[in-house]
Every structure is written in structure tokens, then in C-alpha cells.
Design a binder for this molecule. Structure first.
Ligand code: ATP
Length: 230
């Protein structure tokens, strides 16, 4: 069962179902701006922020799943078009996006499914588990991100560029590049700022209050096993 405050993706609607996966460690203003921009570009469709349990492509999160979920709930509270789907937190093992896409496609056989990525994630997509199986399953919407590398030609070729309207009618396989927002914000920089100064303007005020209340991010990085030997 989804946790309290988490909306299951409705099986009955026919408009696009927009998924925005991430570690959200912690969720920040660029995540929320991105989610709102994508909803606006695609007929105000609902956006589901999808926190991952064990991200396979990066270091493990500093805050645990329940804390990251609690911060997400606070960050989306003012935005009725934003929701949370916690299915990856309820699954054991690494959070592979392909498993989520296959599951959602079974639940919504003909509905447009849209995966939202920052340009940095697009540039690494060719390393994601079974990415070549994505095109029949979902569209991509890509947000600009300062400093992102160029995407791989194979990925661009697998997802031809399209207009927003096509992403709202076809079930999958197209790519929309949004020009904005282009915000130089990252959870990494925020964790560093919190550990050094205890605050950061790129966080929602309620999220920051939650971080203080629970003593999160007092160090910027997780201790690795080797750290214990030194
Ligand atoms: P970290 O610094 O810990 O890697 P992050 O800020 O990149 O975190 P994630 O939770 O890893 O945040 O990101 C989830 C998704 O949001 C990814 O697709 C990422 O590319 C995108 N994203 C995060 N920050 C931005 C940003 N400033 N602009 C555009 N996309 C972003």
C-alpha cells in the first residue's frame, strides 16, 4: 500500500502520466520548478515524483527513505499538480527504472507515459540498465542543467524530437527538450552547504525546518567502509 500522503497513479485517466524519478537527497527548488514546468508544458498533467530506494548509478543517499519521502511531501504540499509515487521504496533491491516502466505500462496499457530527466541524466542514459527497452515504454522530457555533457547519439536516435502535443497523444518513444528552467542547483551542493553553514536558499522553508528538526545532513558525505579503517 502507498504510504500516507502518497497518491497511487490512477488507472482510469487517459492523459499523460508523468514520472520524475530521483534520489531527492534532499528535494530542492530546481526539482519542484522542473516538475511544475513539465506539467505546464503537457496540458497540466499530474507529475509523480518517484524517490528511489537504492539508486544503482550513484553513491547511496545520506538521508533514509522515510526522511526523503517526508521532505518530498513537504515540498509538494502547495502544488496540487504534484504527487508522489513511492513504489520504488516499496520494492527490494536496486531501483531500476526499467522495472518501474514495465510495471506502469502493465497498469496503463495505452496511456502516454513520460519520464522526466535533467540533461545530466540524459547524457548518462546509455549506461542505464536495459535503456534500449525504454522507447516503446515511455517518452522523455529533458530539462536543461548547467554543465551537462552532450547526450549520446544512440539515445537521441532512439527518441526522436517531438512537440508537446505528440507526447500527450502517442503512448511512448518521443523526446521533448524544455528550454527552462535552467537552475544551477544540486542536492550535492546543498548537502555541502548544510554541513558547513546549516542553511541553503535552494531549499523550501518547510524542508529546511524538517532537516533542522531531525538533525539531517550534519555531514556532507556518507562514511565509506574504508573510512572506518583510517
Ligand atoms: P545529487 O547532487 O545528489 O546528484 P541532484 O540534485 O542531481 O542530486 P537527483 O535527485 O539526483 O538530484 O535528481 C533527480 C532528477 O532531477 C535527475 O534526472 C536530475 O538530472 C534532475 N535534476 C536535479 N537537479 C536539477 C537541476 N538543477 N536542473 C535540471 N534537472 C535537475
Amino acid at each position: 500500500m502507498p504510504g500516507q500522503g502518497v497518491t497511487p497513479t490512477p488507472a482510469t485517466s487517459s492523459g499523460p502520466l508523468i514520472l520524475f524519478g530521483g534520489t531527492f537527497d534532499p528535494v530542492h527548488r530546481a526539482h519542484i520548478s522542473a516538475a511544475r514546468s513539465v506539467s505546464k508544458a503537457l496540458q497540466q498533467a499530474p507529475v509523480y515524483l518517484m524517490p528511489n530506494a537504492v539508486p544503482p548509478h550513484r553513491p547511496q543517499p545520506l538521508a533514509d527513505a522515510s526522511q526523503r519521502l517526508a521532505m518530498l511531501k513537504l515540498a509538494i504540499a502547495a502544488y496540487p499538480q504534484l504527487h508522489i509515487d513511492d513504489r520504488e521504496l516499496r520494492r527490494d533491491g536496486p531501483s531500476y527504472t526499467i522495472d518501474t516502466l514495465l510495471e506502469l505500462r502493465r497498469e496503463h496499457p495505452a496511456r502516454p507515459l513520460v519520464l522526466v530527466l535533467g540533461a545530466d541524466s540524459l547524457a548518462a542514459l546509455q549506461h542505464w540498465h536495459r535503456w534500449r527497452e525504454y522507447p516503446p515504454l515511455c517518452h522523455l522530457v529533458v530539462l536543461p542543467r548547467p554543465g551537462a555533457a552532450e547526450p549520446d547519439e544512440r539515445v537521441l536516435g532512439a527518441f526522436p524530437k517531438a512537440e508537446a502535443g505528440q507526447l500527450c497523444t502517442l503512448p511512448a518513444g518521443r523526446r521533448l527538450m524544455l528550454p527552462a528552467p535552467n537552475l544551477d542547483v544540486s542536492s550535492t551542493a546543498i548537502r555541502r552547504a548544510l554541513a558547513e553553514k546549516g542553511h541553503c536558499p535552494a531549499l523550501d522553508a518547510d524542508v529546511l525546518a524538517h532537516i533542522h528538526q531531525h538533525g539531517l545532513y550534519t555531514v556532507a558525505v556518507n562514511a565509506s567502509p574504508n573510512d572506518e579503517d583510517s
